[in-house]
Every structure is written in structure tokens, then in C-alpha cells.
Design a protein around this ligand. Sequence first.
Ligand SMILES: [Zn+2]
Ligand SMILES: [Zn+2]
Length: 206
Amino acid sequence: MILETVNVGPMQVNCYILACAEGRQAVIIDPGDQAHKIKAVLDKYKLTPGMIINTHGHYDHIGSDDEFGVGVYVHKQDLVMLEDARKNLSASFAVPYKVKSGIKTLEDGEIIKLDCLELEVLHLPGHTPGGIGLLMKKPQTGIVFTGDTLFYHGVGRYDLPGGSQQMLGKSIRGKLFILPEETKVYPGHGPATTIGKEKNNNPFIG
Ligand SMILES: [Zn+2]
Ligand SMILES: [Zn+2]
């Protein structure tokens, strides 16, 4: 399996590229900016874009969604953010932007399949209403992508529109901290960590 991290844009978003092997189709998680850097990694492994998944609707995670000619997946509660430059905050913090590609909405518990890959959608409200995690079921287990919900020794902001500290805590404790401690965490910003490390050391979630 191929799993590559590409750090993109001024907000240093982690864009993740997933594929079963060289020459196959790729899942692109959060292509927020700098599509050329993402395309260089696709080219390196001779991958073709298969689908885009946005962990949530903030502009720094969705900014290059239209650069790959494939459909975009997002949780149904963050759909409005992809369609509205004010709601995705690009109108306030960057160049106003909305996604024009075809969008498919996701729900909690849904399994996203591409080639040999299977990812389970974990609805994690708190940073945004429709924030999600992606728990890998195939071809490997023990990997979760957490977007801006859980970081290395940190959690996502809950003071932005649609955010909720209470919901964020509930999402992390109820949906992420129940995973095996060795589960590798790939967050939306910053270094990777594990569920065990964050359970024991995260200063924001006692
Ligand atoms: Zn965010
Ligand atoms: Zn972010």
C-alpha cells in the first residue's frame, strides 16, 4: 500500500495520498492547496486520481478539490461549506472559493471503497458540524485520519462557526479513544501520533 503525506498551503495542511500499489487509482484526502505538489507525488507512483475526500469543509482543506477532475466526498453536514465561500472561511482568510466538482455526501458508518482500499467514515462533530475521521479497514487496519479533530498533543479549534467544545470532546472520547492504542493517527496538521499517546498525553483531553 502507498500512503504519502504532502504538506500544502500556508496553513500547512497534511494532504494524504492513498493507493493499493503503483499505477493504480488514488484516494486524495484534503487537497487543500498546491495541487502541483500533490500531482508530483501521483506522478512518482504513476497513480491516477480516483476520488477526493474532505475531512471537513474549511477552505485550507478543500482549496484544490477542483484540480483533479474527480468527485469529492464530504459529510452531509459540511456540504454547505464547500458551496459557500463565507461558510468555508475562504472569503475571510483567503481568496473566496467554492467547489465546482461533483460532490457526494457521506454519513457516519459508511464504507468508502476504491480498488483494494476500504475506509470507514467516523462522524466527528466539534471542529465543524460535519467533520469526519477515516478509519482504514482494508488493506490494512490500525490507521485513522483525523482531520482537524485530533492532533499530536492537541485538538482542533472549537471557536469557529459551527464549532462546539462539548461535541469535540465527545467525538474524541467516544469515537477515537475507543480504538486500539497502537492505532496510528494521521491528523490534518502537524506530525502523526497514536491513539495511545494522545489518550495518555494530550493536554486538551484529560
Ligand atoms: Zn479546519
Ligand atoms: Zn485545518
